[in-house]
Design a protein around this ligand. Sequence first.
Ligand code: T3D
Length: 259
Amino acid sequence: MADDSLVLVSNQSAVRTLTLNRPASLNSFTSQMHRELRPALDAAADDSSVRCLVITGAGRGFCAGQDLNDAEVGTNVGQVVERIYKPLALRIASMPIPVIAMVNGVAAGAGANFALGCDVVIAAKSASFIQAFSKIGLIPDCGGTWLLPRLVGRARAIALAMTGDKLSAEEAERIGLIWRCVDDAALADQTMALATKLAAMPVKALAATRRVIDDAMTIDYAAALSNEARVQNEMGAQADFREGVAAFLEKRAAKFSDR
Ligand code: T3D
C-alpha cells in the first residue's frame, strides 16, 4: 500500500533519511507537512541509534518552500515565520547529530534555506537553488538572511535574494553556497557514503563543531578562542575522546558511542 505520509522515514544502519513527500507540488511545505516534519526531526534527535540525518525530497524537486495554496498563506505571514520557520531552522541548527541535505532537485524559498541550514549540502547536477521570496514581495526567511551572507558574502547574498534568479547546483558549489554538486546518478550513493562515514565518527563533537563555528561568526577572536577552550573542555571529558585516543594508540578502529 502506498505511504501517504508527507514525511517518509527510513533507516539504513545509523543513518536516518527523511523524505519530503508531496512530489506533485515539488514538496512545498503545508501545515500538515510541518506537523509531520517537526516530530520526525525531534524523533531523530532523541533516538540514540540515529547518528546522522539525511533530508531529501521525493520526485523531481527538493522543496519549493511554502505551499502558496496552503490556507495559512496570506493570513499572517510574520506569524507563520515566527511559529513555523524560525523553530524549524533552530531545530536543524540544534540537532545533536550531523544533518545532510541531499538536494535532488529544485530548492526554492524556505525550501532552499531549509537545505542551506543543514550541515552539509550535496546536490544533484540537475538541482537548483532559488531565493524565490522577492518574486512574491517577501524577504528571505527560514534563516536565509543569516545564512546567505555567511556562505557567499554580502554581494552575492543580496543579488541572489533580490533577483530571485535560479542558481544551478554547479554554480552553487563554485561560489561556496553548498558543499558539493554530483552527477544525478551518484547523488544517493555519495550521500549515503558520507552519511555512513559521519555516523561512525564522534557525532557529539561534530554537533559541537557546528555550534562553535556558528558562534564564532558573531563574536570576536578572543571570545572565539575562549569558546574553543570551554567546549574542548566539555569534549575532553567525553568517552569518545578517550576512545579516540586509545584507538589511535592501539592502532585499531575507534568505536564511538557518545551522542
Ligand atoms: O506564510 C508565508 O508564506 C511565509 C513563508 C514563506 C516562505 C516561502 O517559502 S515563500 C516562497 C514560496 N515559494 C515560491 O514562491 C516558489 C514557487 N514555485 C516556483 O517558483 C516554481 O514552481 C519552481 C521555480 C520552484 C519550479 O518551477 P518548475 O517550472 O520546475 O515547476 P512548476 O511547474 O512551477 O511546479 C510544479 C508544480 O508544483 C505546479 O503544480 P501544477 O501546475 O503541476 O499543478 C506548481 O504549481 C507546484 N508548486 C511549485 N511550487 C509551489 C507549488 N505549489 C504551491 N506552492 C509552491 N510554493
